[in-house]
Design a protein around this ligand. Sequence first.
Ligand code: ATP
Length: 327
Amino acid sequence: MASVIELTNVTKQFGDVTALRNVDLAVEEGEVFGFLGPNGAGKSTTIDMLLDFVRPTAGEIRVLGMDPQADSVTLRRRVGILPDGYDIYDRLTGRQHVQFAIDSKGGDDDPIELLERVGIADAADRKAGGYSKGMTQRLVLAMALAGEPDLLVLDEPTTGLDPAGAREMREIIREEVARGATVFFSSHILEQVEAVCDRVAILNRGELVAVDTIDNLRASMGDGATLTVTVDAEPTTETLDAIEALPGINSVGVAGTTITVHCASSAKTAVLDAIEASGLGVSDFATERTSLEDLFLRYTGDADGPTVGADDTTDDPAADAAMEVER
Ligand SMILES: Nc1ncnc2c1ncn2[C@@H]1O[C@H](COP(=O)(O)OP(=O)(O)OP(=O)(O)O)[C@@H](O)[C@H]1O
Protein backbone atom coordinates (compact mmCIF):
# COMPACT_ATOMS: atom_id res chain seq x y z
CA MET A 1 0.00 0.00 0.00
CA ALA A 2 1.19 3.48 -0.82
CA SER A 3 2.28 5.77 1.98
CA VAL A 4 -0.43 7.75 3.75
CA ILE A 5 1.58 10.94 3.38
CA GLU A 6 4.17 11.27 0.67
CA LEU A 7 6.20 14.37 -0.10
CA THR A 8 8.58 14.23 -3.02
CA ASN A 9 11.11 17.00 -3.43
CA VAL A 10 8.75 19.60 -1.99
CA THR A 11 9.84 23.22 -1.85
CA LYS A 12 7.76 26.11 -0.61
CA GLN A 13 8.75 29.68 -1.06
CA PHE A 14 7.01 32.71 0.42
CA GLY A 15 8.63 35.51 -1.57
CA ASP A 16 12.27 35.46 -0.50
CA VAL A 17 11.68 33.07 2.37
CA THR A 18 12.23 29.40 1.62
CA ALA A 19 9.97 27.73 4.17
CA LEU A 20 10.73 24.21 2.86
CA ARG A 21 13.55 23.00 0.68
CA ASN A 22 13.52 19.72 -1.27
CA VAL A 23 11.69 17.73 1.38
CA ASP A 24 11.13 14.00 0.85
CA LEU A 25 9.01 12.29 3.45
CA ALA A 26 6.84 9.17 3.67
CA VAL A 27 4.48 8.34 6.53
CA GLU A 28 3.10 4.82 6.51
CA GLU A 29 -0.34 3.52 7.37
CA GLY A 30 -0.96 3.06 11.09
CA GLU A 31 2.05 5.09 12.22
CA VAL A 32 2.14 7.76 14.86
CA PHE A 33 4.57 10.12 13.24
CA GLY A 34 6.07 13.10 15.06
CA PHE A 35 7.12 16.16 13.17
CA LEU A 36 9.68 18.13 15.11
CA GLY A 37 11.49 21.35 14.60
CA PRO A 38 12.23 24.70 16.19
CA ASN A 39 10.06 27.76 15.60
CA GLY A 40 9.94 28.71 11.96
CA ALA A 41 11.30 25.35 10.75
CA GLY A 42 8.39 24.83 8.34
CA LYS A 43 6.13 22.44 10.27
CA SER A 44 2.90 24.38 9.85
CA THR A 45 3.69 25.10 6.23
CA THR A 46 4.06 21.36 5.60
CA ILE A 47 0.81 20.57 7.41
CA ASP A 48 -1.03 23.32 5.56
CA MET A 49 0.07 21.83 2.25
CA LEU A 50 -1.43 18.42 3.08
CA LEU A 51 -4.96 19.77 2.67
CA ASP A 52 -4.19 22.43 0.09
CA PHE A 53 -4.43 25.37 2.48
CA VAL A 54 -1.01 26.30 1.11
CA ARG A 55 0.39 25.17 -2.25
CA PRO A 56 3.92 23.96 -2.83
CA THR A 57 6.17 25.98 -5.10
CA ALA A 58 7.64 22.75 -6.45
CA GLY A 59 7.44 19.02 -5.83
CA GLU A 60 4.67 16.48 -5.36
CA ILE A 61 2.39 15.73 -2.46
CA ARG A 62 0.14 12.70 -2.04
CA VAL A 63 -2.15 12.18 0.92
CA LEU A 64 -4.07 8.89 1.18
CA GLY A 65 -2.95 8.38 -2.41
CA MET A 66 -4.67 11.59 -3.51
CA ASP A 67 -3.50 14.92 -4.86
CA PRO A 68 -4.45 17.61 -2.31
CA GLN A 69 -5.16 20.12 -5.06
CA ALA A 70 -7.19 17.95 -7.42
CA ASP A 71 -8.92 15.83 -4.77
CA SER A 72 -9.26 18.32 -1.94
CA VAL A 73 -12.98 17.78 -1.37
CA THR A 74 -12.70 13.99 -1.04
CA LEU A 75 -9.53 14.29 0.96
CA ARG A 76 -10.97 16.72 3.48
CA ARG A 77 -13.72 14.24 4.28
CA ARG A 78 -11.17 11.58 5.18
CA VAL A 79 -8.66 13.69 7.09
CA GLY A 80 -9.20 15.18 10.53
CA ILE A 81 -7.09 18.25 11.15
CA LEU A 82 -6.30 20.32 14.18
CA PRO A 83 -4.68 23.35 12.60
CA ASP A 84 -2.20 25.74 14.16
CA GLY A 85 -4.57 28.69 13.99
CA TYR A 86 -8.27 28.00 13.92
CA ASP A 87 -11.41 30.05 14.01
CA ILE A 88 -14.33 29.12 16.13
CA TYR A 89 -17.73 30.69 15.89
CA ASP A 90 -18.26 32.54 19.14
CA ARG A 91 -22.02 32.31 19.03
CA LEU A 92 -22.30 28.60 18.28
CA THR A 93 -22.17 26.02 21.04
CA GLY A 94 -19.60 23.29 21.30
CA ARG A 95 -22.22 20.74 20.28
CA GLN A 96 -23.10 22.78 17.17
CA HIS A 97 -19.45 23.00 16.18
CA VAL A 98 -19.00 19.26 16.45
CA GLN A 99 -22.28 18.54 14.65
CA PHE A 100 -21.12 20.81 11.86
CA ALA A 101 -17.85 18.88 11.58
CA ILE A 102 -19.71 15.54 11.60
CA ASP A 103 -22.05 16.73 8.83
CA SER A 104 -19.24 18.08 6.69
CA LYS A 105 -17.46 14.72 7.01
CA GLY A 106 -20.62 12.77 6.22
CA GLY A 107 -20.19 10.96 9.56
CA ASP A 108 -22.79 9.66 11.99
CA ASP A 109 -21.00 10.18 15.30
CA ASP A 110 -22.82 11.37 18.38
CA PRO A 111 -21.52 14.90 19.10
CA ILE A 112 -21.81 14.42 22.85
CA GLU A 113 -19.70 11.27 22.70
CA LEU A 114 -16.98 13.17 20.86
CA LEU A 115 -17.16 16.00 23.40
CA GLU A 116 -16.93 13.41 26.17
CA ARG A 117 -13.79 11.96 24.62
CA VAL A 118 -12.10 15.33 24.77
CA GLY A 119 -13.47 16.06 28.26
CA ILE A 120 -15.79 19.00 27.62
CA ALA A 121 -19.23 17.36 27.39
CA ASP A 122 -20.29 19.48 30.39
CA ALA A 123 -19.90 22.58 28.27
CA ALA A 124 -21.61 21.13 25.17
CA ASP A 125 -24.42 23.66 25.20
CA ARG A 126 -22.36 26.70 26.10
CA LYS A 127 -21.32 29.14 23.41
CA ALA A 128 -17.79 28.40 22.28
CA GLY A 129 -16.93 32.11 22.49
CA GLY A 130 -16.85 31.68 26.27
CA TYR A 131 -14.55 28.64 26.26
CA SER A 132 -11.06 28.87 27.75
CA LYS A 133 -8.02 28.35 25.51
CA GLY A 134 -7.64 24.71 26.55
CA MET A 135 -11.36 24.05 26.10
CA THR A 136 -11.21 25.56 22.63
CA GLN A 137 -8.27 23.32 21.78
CA ARG A 138 -10.26 20.30 23.00
CA LEU A 139 -13.26 21.40 20.93
CA VAL A 140 -11.18 21.65 17.78
CA LEU A 141 -9.77 18.20 18.51
CA ALA A 142 -13.31 16.81 18.83
CA MET A 143 -14.05 18.33 15.42
CA ALA A 144 -10.92 16.70 13.99
CA LEU A 145 -12.09 13.30 15.31
CA ALA A 146 -15.49 13.59 13.62
CA GLY A 147 -16.25 11.01 10.97
CA GLU A 148 -13.49 8.55 11.98
CA PRO A 149 -10.79 10.05 9.76
CA ASP A 150 -8.21 7.77 8.11
CA LEU A 151 -5.56 10.36 8.84
CA LEU A 152 -5.39 12.68 11.81
CA VAL A 153 -3.14 15.71 11.40
CA LEU A 154 -2.45 17.66 14.56
CA ASP A 155 -0.46 20.88 14.58
CA GLU A 156 0.97 21.43 18.06
CA PRO A 157 -1.97 19.59 19.63
CA THR A 158 -1.06 20.17 23.26
CA THR A 159 -0.82 23.95 23.00
CA GLY A 160 -2.91 25.42 25.78
CA LEU A 161 -3.60 22.08 27.45
CA ASP A 162 -2.88 21.40 31.10
CA PRO A 163 -0.87 18.25 31.98
CA ALA A 164 -4.03 16.15 32.29
CA GLY A 165 -5.14 17.43 28.92
CA ALA A 166 -1.79 16.53 27.37
CA ARG A 167 -2.11 13.01 28.76
CA GLU A 168 -5.66 12.69 27.45
CA MET A 169 -4.41 13.85 24.07
CA ARG A 170 -1.88 11.02 24.05
CA GLU A 171 -4.60 8.54 24.98
CA ILE A 172 -6.78 9.78 22.14
CA ILE A 173 -3.88 9.43 19.71
CA ARG A 174 -3.40 5.82 20.82
CA GLU A 175 -7.13 5.09 20.51
CA GLU A 176 -7.21 6.52 17.03
CA VAL A 177 -4.29 4.40 15.92
CA ALA A 178 -5.88 1.31 17.49
CA ARG A 179 -8.96 2.06 15.37
CA GLY A 180 -6.78 2.01 12.27
CA ALA A 181 -5.99 5.69 11.72
CA THR A 182 -2.59 7.19 10.94
CA VAL A 183 -1.53 10.14 13.09
CA PHE A 184 0.83 12.89 12.02
CA PHE A 185 1.54 15.59 14.54
CA SER A 186 3.92 18.45 14.98
CA SER A 187 5.48 19.55 18.20
CA HIS A 188 8.55 21.09 19.66
CA ILE A 189 8.03 19.28 22.94
CA LEU A 190 10.17 16.19 22.63
CA GLU A 191 8.93 14.35 25.68
CA GLN A 192 5.42 14.33 24.29
CA VAL A 193 6.61 13.09 20.97
CA GLU A 194 8.69 10.34 22.52
CA ALA A 195 5.74 9.14 24.59
CA VAL A 196 3.58 8.29 21.57
CA CYS A 197 5.54 8.32 18.33
CA ASP A 198 6.78 5.39 16.30
CA ARG A 199 9.02 7.62 14.21
CA VAL A 200 9.94 11.26 14.02
CA ALA A 201 11.19 13.64 11.41
CA ILE A 202 13.28 16.61 12.48
CA LEU A 203 12.96 19.70 10.35
CA ASN A 204 15.39 22.57 10.61
CA ARG A 205 15.22 25.76 8.56
CA GLY A 206 13.03 24.08 5.99
CA GLU A 207 15.20 20.99 5.55
CA LEU A 208 14.71 17.50 6.91
CA VAL A 209 17.72 16.67 9.03
CA ALA A 210 16.62 13.29 10.38
CA VAL A 211 13.86 10.70 10.01
CA ASP A 212 13.97 7.75 12.38
CA THR A 213 12.83 6.33 15.71
CA ILE A 214 13.99 8.35 18.70
CA ASP A 215 15.98 5.32 19.88
CA ASN A 216 17.81 5.12 16.59
CA LEU A 217 18.45 8.85 16.57
CA ARG A 218 19.97 8.53 20.00
CA ALA A 219 22.08 5.57 18.92
CA SER A 220 23.24 7.23 15.70
CA MET A 221 24.60 10.18 17.63
CA GLY A 222 27.04 7.82 19.26
CA ASP A 223 27.16 9.89 22.42
CA GLY A 224 24.39 8.25 24.31
CA ALA A 225 25.86 8.95 27.72
CA THR A 226 28.02 11.23 29.77
CA LEU A 227 30.14 9.38 32.29
CA THR A 228 31.69 11.32 35.18
CA VAL A 229 34.35 9.38 37.10
CA THR A 230 36.12 10.54 40.24
CA VAL A 231 39.50 8.85 40.71
CA ASP A 232 41.92 8.74 43.62
CA ALA A 233 44.81 10.56 41.89
CA GLU A 234 45.25 12.87 38.92
CA PRO A 235 45.12 10.80 35.74
CA THR A 236 48.13 10.76 33.45
CA THR A 237 48.05 11.47 29.72
CA GLU A 238 48.53 7.72 29.15
CA THR A 239 45.34 6.94 31.06
CA LEU A 240 43.38 9.53 29.10
CA ASP A 241 44.82 8.28 25.80
CA ALA A 242 43.85 4.72 26.71
CA ILE A 243 40.25 5.83 27.30
CA GLU A 244 40.19 7.85 24.10
CA ALA A 245 41.35 4.83 22.10
CA LEU A 246 38.34 2.75 23.16
CA PRO A 247 35.51 2.21 20.67
CA GLY A 248 32.44 4.43 21.10
CA ILE A 249 34.27 7.34 22.75
CA ASN A 250 33.40 10.85 21.63
CA SER A 251 35.42 12.98 23.97
CA VAL A 252 37.43 12.76 27.18
CA GLY A 253 37.96 15.67 29.54
CA VAL A 254 39.68 16.01 32.89
CA ALA A 255 39.51 18.48 35.79
CA GLY A 256 41.69 17.51 38.75
CA THR A 257 40.63 14.01 39.70
CA THR A 258 37.39 14.06 37.72
CA ILE A 259 37.28 12.48 34.27
CA THR A 260 34.31 13.26 32.02
CA VAL A 261 33.68 10.97 29.06
CA HIS A 262 31.03 11.42 26.36
CA CYS A 263 30.49 7.97 24.91
CA ALA A 264 28.06 5.39 23.61
CA SER A 265 26.12 3.84 26.47
CA SER A 266 27.69 0.48 25.66
CA ALA A 267 31.22 1.86 26.24
CA LYS A 268 30.77 2.77 29.89
CA THR A 269 32.09 -0.46 31.40
CA ALA A 270 35.14 -0.45 29.15
CA VAL A 271 35.97 3.10 30.31
CA LEU A 272 35.86 2.09 33.97
CA ASP A 273 37.96 -1.01 33.21
CA ALA A 274 40.55 1.11 31.38
CA ILE A 275 40.81 3.53 34.28
CA GLU A 276 41.34 0.72 36.77
CA ALA A 277 43.77 -1.05 34.46
CA SER A 278 45.90 2.13 34.45
CA GLY A 279 46.35 1.76 38.19
CA LEU A 280 43.87 4.41 39.35
CA GLY A 281 41.18 3.69 41.89
CA VAL A 282 37.63 4.75 41.07
CA SER A 283 36.10 6.45 44.10
CA ASP A 284 32.84 7.48 42.47
CA PHE A 285 31.10 7.59 39.13
CA ALA A 286 27.85 8.78 37.63
CA THR A 287 26.28 8.37 34.21
CA GLU A 288 23.71 10.49 32.52
CA ARG A 289 21.77 9.59 29.41
CA THR A 290 21.81 12.13 26.61
CA SER A 291 18.64 14.11 27.08
CA LEU A 292 16.11 14.60 24.35
CA GLU A 293 16.88 18.26 24.61
CA ASP A 294 20.53 17.58 23.72
CA LEU A 295 19.42 15.35 20.90
CA PHE A 296 17.16 18.00 19.47
CA LEU A 297 19.75 20.74 19.77
CA ARG A 298 22.34 18.50 18.21
CA TYR A 299 20.23 18.21 15.08
CA THR A 300 18.97 21.75 14.93
CA GLY A 301 21.90 23.71 16.36
CA ASP A 302 20.78 26.86 18.10
CA ALA A 303 18.70 27.75 15.08
CA ASP A 304 15.85 29.51 16.78
CA GLY A 305 14.03 31.17 13.96
CA PRO A 306 11.40 33.80 14.51
CA THR A 307 8.08 32.59 15.85
CA VAL A 308 5.85 33.24 12.91
CA GLY A 309 2.55 31.49 12.52
CA ALA A 310 1.68 30.40 9.02
CA ASP A 311 -0.71 32.57 7.12
CA ASP A 312 -2.95 29.76 6.11
CA THR A 313 -4.76 31.30 3.24
CA THR A 314 -4.04 30.06 -0.24
CA ASP A 315 -3.99 32.15 -3.33
CA ASP A 316 -7.08 30.30 -4.44
CA PRO A 317 -10.41 31.76 -3.22
CA ALA A 318 -12.18 28.40 -3.65
CA ALA A 319 -9.64 26.71 -1.42
CA ASP A 320 -10.00 29.50 1.13
CA ALA A 321 -13.75 29.04 1.18
CA ALA A 322 -13.35 25.28 1.57
CA MET A 323 -10.95 25.90 4.42
CA GLU A 324 -13.56 28.04 6.19
CA VAL A 325 -16.06 25.21 5.79
CA GLU A 326 -13.54 22.69 7.06
CA ARG A 327 -13.18 24.69 10.22
N1 ATP B 1 2.22 33.16 4.63
C1 ATP B 1 3.52 33.33 4.82
N2 ATP B 1 4.18 34.36 4.27
C2 ATP B 1 5.49 34.54 4.42
N3 ATP B 1 6.28 33.71 5.13
C3 ATP B 1 5.71 32.66 5.71
C4 ATP B 1 4.31 32.42 5.59
N4 ATP B 1 4.03 31.28 6.29
C5 ATP B 1 5.19 30.85 6.80
N5 ATP B 1 6.21 31.69 6.46
C6 ATP B 1 7.62 31.52 6.81
O1 ATP B 1 7.99 30.19 6.55
C7 ATP B 1 8.85 29.71 7.57
C8 ATP B 1 8.27 28.43 8.19
O2 ATP B 1 7.14 28.78 8.98
P1 ATP B 1 6.19 27.72 9.68
O3 ATP B 1 5.06 28.46 10.29
O4 ATP B 1 5.90 26.63 8.74
O5 ATP B 1 7.14 27.16 10.82
P2 ATP B 1 6.82 26.20 12.06
O6 ATP B 1 7.85 25.16 12.04
O7 ATP B 1 5.41 25.78 12.04
O8 ATP B 1 7.09 27.18 13.28
P3 ATP B 1 6.40 27.32 14.75
O9 ATP B 1 6.93 26.21 15.61
O10 ATP B 1 6.92 28.65 15.19
O11 ATP B 1 4.91 27.30 14.55
C9 ATP B 1 9.07 30.85 8.52
O12 ATP B 1 10.25 31.52 8.17
C10 ATP B 1 7.87 31.73 8.29
O13 ATP B 1 8.17 33.07 8.55
